[in-house]
Design a protein around this ligand. Structure first.
Ligand SMILES: [Zn+2]
Length: 344
């Protein structure tokens, strides 16, 4: 899709009535499909690194792809000799695309704020919340393009982004449409914060939303943009931000809405000792037990990534049966953010 297509198709949806959004999405999907070649032959790669169960590395390798799905991977001599489009990759290594399981695209704009550099997590957040509160829709779009370009240049082909602030008229569309333009597959999270400082939460009241609006917008976005099919370019994920920025009611209702529509859930959990103390004091549970009490933990029901577990004997990763975990050890080893938990 060209930039001009996005401006023509994507931009009006931000201002249009909600009823126009489904047709907007259909037009986008048709536009994407019309750009797909039915078959693609990739051949003569100096080395095809399959990363399959046998860790095969195939000299002079290639792929035969139909409608965006790999049908064959192997030596070029064993692949079909013709296709609608052919790529010769002599002199190249051919690798599977990397998958990013947790990101905050909008934070690409505030990486270098001096006061946040050596702060622990809670102080880092408190420093940046007021800055994030001033973001506009164009900031979401710019940061999405920046982050996805960085990911694409790193070999990433699919990304999950956790967007949980929607200040000054920002909407998830401000991320979905630029992502279609860049061309990476996206799990776009309709994140949320509802527990402001006045209710005992960490974020200032200026960046939290009321829960009825969050749930109504979540349902709207699922119906308008979630594509459950294999190979989908856009999937919508429900993502209340964390135990210290969302009420238990919103956690529970988001889980119910996610199950109703069959979409994944995503949150932060057990990031630091501060969070554990917060949960014990406010809810009477440690973080994992708290999420269990809210219906967020269960075999095969949802993905529940989190950034870190408390270190040592309190490690609770293995208790999250059936949930996926996105662990960010480098971040947790950073200044002020504590010891990395063992991944079992
Ligand atoms: Zn995060």
């Amino acid at each position: 899709m060209l930039i001009s297509d996005w401006k023509e198709i994507g931009q009006p949806a931000v201002d249009n009535p909600l009823s126009d959004q489904r047709s907007t999405q259909i037009r986008i999907q048709k536009s994407k499909i019309s750009n797909l070649m039915p078959t693609l032959l990739v051949r003569h790669a100096t080395m095809l690194v399959t990363m399959d169960d046998h860790r095969r590395e195939i000299p002079d390798g290639g792929l035969f792809i139909r409608d965006g799905f790999i049908e064959q991977a192997g030596p070029t001599s064993e692949l079909p000799s013709s296709a609608d489009e052919i790529l010769d990759l002599n002199g190249h290594l051919l690798l599977p695309g990397l998958i990013n399981t947790h990101h905050h695209f909008y934070q690409t704009l505030t990486r270098a704020v001096p006061d946040a550099q050596d702060a622990n997590l809670f102080n880092w957040l408190k420093t940046l919340y007021p800055i994030w509160a001033r973001m506009r829709p164009e900031d979401i779009r710019t940061s999405t393009q920046t982050a996805l370009a960085e990911l694409a240049l790193s070999g990433c082909t699919a990304a999950s982004d956790h967007l949980y602030l929607f200040p000054n008229g920002s909407r998830l569309e401000d991320e979905i449409f630029p992502a279609l333009e860049v061309g990476l597959r996206l799990h776009a999270s309709r994140g949320s914060m509802s527990l402001g400082e006045s209710q005992g939460g960490l974020p200032p009241d200026s960046v939290v939303e009321d829960e009825e609006s969050i749930l109504r917008d979540s349902q709207r976005l699922i119906e308008a943009y979630h594509d459950p099919k294999p190979g989908a370019m856009t999937q919508v994920v429900l993502a209340p931000c964390s135990p210290f920025s969302v009420t238990g009611d919103l956690m529970r209702q988001s889980a119910e809405l996610g199950r109703q529509y069959g979409v994944q859930l995503h949150t932060h959990l057990a990031e630091t000792q501060d969070e554990e103390s917060f949960c014990l004091e406010l809810f009477g549970y440690r973080p994992v037990a708290y999420m269990k009490s809210l219906g967020w933990v269960g075999p095969g029901r949802m993905v529940c990534p989190f950034r870190a577990c408390p270190p040592g004997p309190r490690s609770a990763c293995t208790l999250i049966t059936g949930c996926g975990v996105a662990h960010l050890p480098l971040l947790e080893n950073g200044p002020g953010l504590g010891e990395s938990a063992p991944v079992l």
